[in-house]
Design a protein. Structure first.
Length: 322
């Protein structure tokens, strides 16, 4: 039976399970900024790291003749440490600013909450793909797809060459047996209560009264199976180096029989390139030609061979050529 997409517990679901977490509504409001938060399977753990056994090879078995013998076989495993990273958004509003504003203080505080959650979800989304990469990820973040995927076997090269204009499409098996987003200390996001206290404003050692709060979380992603990820890399605007159905087919081919990705994650440029590649030019006699004539624009792509396309701003169009 093929492994396909199914209903899974996500980070949003984990936040809702907490019941009293004031960040839940804000998370729902900002999902469009980071679809990774609502699509990737997730679970909570009690600490900030954990070990898991990962099968790296199946046993090699063979036939034998009657009255013959065969050697015992076993799978090969390695124990992998999954470490989470601490996300910390410190919020601060000078009380003088809050009191002199044209809107009530609670409106200002709410705006800061929205901004913090949005920024946190954007950061989470980017680190899912770029991990500890100093340009597009976060050196203090958790290991992401770019850090852990099989860059020898599970990759398709689109062969773009223009420096720092690259992008990737990730084919992902977003199922708990393949990969999971992890929330440490049993809490996806913890948003505190606003309170007034003395703080230092600016570089001066003098203090002032301000409203303070914080949004905090231990977050990570655990990849349990090498076939959780296949990458199409070096997609650029160079002629013939954008995303096409051919490249998606090659990515699908990388998965073993019986395993198919649950999602293709890409940015808006890659989706547009795919749409353009599907657009056919028609002539009056109904024939097709490589140029000229009337363009029959293809619909905006939403899937490939039944696998949903997820558009995210977490994947950039400024990757280095690799």
């Amino acid at each position: 039976m093929a492994i396909t997409s199914s209903n899974v517990i996500t980070m949003l679901d984990l936040a809702k399970m907490k019941g009293t977490d004031p960040a839940v509504g804000l998370i729902e409001e900002n999902l469009t900024w980071a679809p990774e938060f609502s699509l990737l399977p997730a679970r909570a753990v009690a600490g900030t790291s954990f070990k898991v056994p990962v099968r790296t090879a199946w046993p090699t078995v063979s036939f034998r003749s009657p009255n013959g013998s065969s050697a015992p076989v076993k799978s090969t495993y390695e124990q992998r440490l999954i470490s989470l990273a601490y996300l910390d958004a410190q919020l601060q509003i000078d009380n003088a600013v809050a009191m002199s504003s044209d809107v009530p203080p609670e409106v200002l505080l709410s705006r800061e909450e929205v901004g913090a959650v949005r920024g946190a979800m954007i950061k989470f989304g980017s680190v899912v793909w770029y991990g500890t990469d100093s340009t597009n990820g976060d050196t203090n973040g958790f290991p992401g797809a770019l850090d852990v995927y099989d860059s020898t076997n599970n990759v398709i090269d689109a062969a773009g060459t223009t420096a720092s204009t690259g992008s990737s499409v990730w084919a992902v098996v977003a199922l708990p047996s393949y990969m999971e987003a992890i929330a440490g200390q049993n809490t996806p996001f913890a948003l505190g209560q606003w309170r007034k206290q003395q703080v230092q404003l600016g570089s001066s050692s003098a203090v002032a009264t301000a409203w303070v709060n914080s949004l905090e979380a231990w977050l990570g992603v655990a990849f349990y199976n090498k076939y959780a990820l296949v990458r199409i890399k070096n997609l650029t605007e160079d002629s013939g180096k954008g995303l096409t159905d051919t490249l998606l087919a090659k990515a699908m081919e990388k998965f073993p029989v019986g395993t198919i990705p649950t999602h293709f994650f890409m940015n808006r440029r890659s989706r547009r390139q795919l749409q353009v590649s599907r657009t056919v030019t028609l002539f009056g006699n109904g024939s097709t030609k490589p140029s000229g004539g009337l363009a029959n624009i293809a619909p905006l792509p939403t899937e490939y061979e039944g696998v949903p396309i997820v558009v995210t701003d977490s994947i950039t169009s400024t990757e280095s050529i690799a």
